[in-house]
Design a protein around this ligand. Structure first.
Ligand code: WQD
Length: 333
């Protein structure tokens, strides 16, 4: 039996592959390499000392997905594959709806053909929209997403909920990520965005490395302790372990569950910059710039459902996140 990780050479997928292999599960990765590199599969093998099968396919390609299921005894799917750049989704909404929904629907249809009933989905805190007050809890109303990327996550959660109602054998868990940062302690895998980073931490590491001249802090006039945006940063290894816990839970349950994966603690942009500089002994030059359209002031989780249902909680500190992120950047240099 093996677990299929779609998007498994990406940032979150590769860390989850490591944790699943280290937990003793067999892993098959399918990735079209549109936002990751093929050698990540070898680095996962190097870190774990275990082998895995890699397929370079687009998982919206039904024939390719069927062939993969023919060649492997798949008992569950963890679905990471999807476009995830918020700004790009605003510029190219049809590309995002087509890709993110098609991949999911094709996987679910082939799973139903083969009676595979466990599906873990990479969702996002973005589904909480701009209406809910932090800390976010899973019983809050979702929707009113601020961008097409967020809407694809919301729509896929609704698809999973409906599929579970129609098929009593399906178990689907939507994991709502907050802000994953950091990297595996080996420095062999990490967050490796194409082009100019959209997210805070890769921009910080590239600024510290001299690749970027300075960080633009998007606004310091928010109603937060220091005026800069507050987010729930979670170490990517803690996030990966949350997927192992969710897989184990989903194997023993039926139906749909949405679960936050966060620390429950909010840190501001300047908290991150100052901690990163202190922990790593580097400078991160920055300027205060205008607010980024669509940004909220404070976004952080109530992680108590994950603790109660999955027996999972985060273990790594902000210092660990900053240290490991910088270690990965240095290794890349
Ligand atoms: C964090 C904070 C910015 C860059 C997004 C998606 C979410 C998920 C994670 C995919 C904010 C500030 C950032 C910079 C800055 N994506 N910032 N200068 O926007 O919370 O979440 O990424 O799964 O779905 O919405 O993350 O890292 O972009 O921003 O000041 O150059 O850092 O304003 O306060 P965000 P982020």
């Amino acid at each position: 039996m093996a677990v299929l990780l779609t998007g498994g050479t990406g940032y979150i997928g590769s860390h989850t592959a490591v944790c699943m292999l280290e937990a003793g599960y067999d892993v098959v990765i399918a990735d079209d390499l549109s936002n990751s590199a093929a050698d990540v599969a070898d680095r996962i093998r190097q870190i774990t000392g275990r082998d895995l099968r890699f397929y370079q396919i687009d998982v919206s390609d039904r024939a390719a997905v069927r062939a993969l299921f023919d060649e492997n005894d798949i008992d569950a799917v963890i679905h990471f594959a999807g476009f995830k750049a918020v700004g790009e989704s605003v510029r190219e909404p049809l590309k995002y709806y087509r890709n993110n929904l098609d991949t999911t629907l094709t996987l679910l249809e082939v799973m139903a053909e083969r009676n595979v009933g466990v599906f873990i989905f990479s969702s996002s805190a973005t589904v909480y929209g701009d209406r809910n007050p932090a800390p976010y809890t899973e019983d809050m109303e979702t929707g009113r997403c601020s961008n097409p990327y967020g809407w694809t996550k919301e729509m896929i959660e609704r698809i999973l909920e409906s599929a579970c109602v129609a098929d009593g054998n399906l178990s689907a868990v939507a994991l709502r990520y907050f802000n994953p940062i950091g990297a595996h302690e080996s420095g062999l895998i990490g967050d490796d965005p194409n082009g100019i980073p959209n997210n805070l931490m890769p921009f910080i590491t590239q600024t510290a490395a001299g690749i970027r001249e300075r960080l633009s802090v998007f606004g310091d006039d928010y109603p937060t302790p220091d005026g800069t945006g507050v987010r729930d940063y979670i170490h990517v290894v803690d996030l990966a372990k949350g997927h192992v816990a969710a897989y184990r839970y989903a194997c023993d349950h039926k139906g749909f569950e949405a679960i936050n994966l966060g620390t429950g603690v909010g840190y501001s942009v300047l908290d991150i910059v100052k901690t990163f500089e202190r922990v790593n002994g580097v400078r991160v030059p920055y300027v205060i710039a205008a607010r980024r359209p669509g940004d909220l002031a404070s976004v952080y989780s109530d992680p108590s459902k994950a603790k109660a249902l999955l027996g999972w909680e985060t273990e790594k500190s902000l210092e660990d996140m900053c240290r490991d992120a910088w270690n990965y950047q240095k290794n890349r240099l």
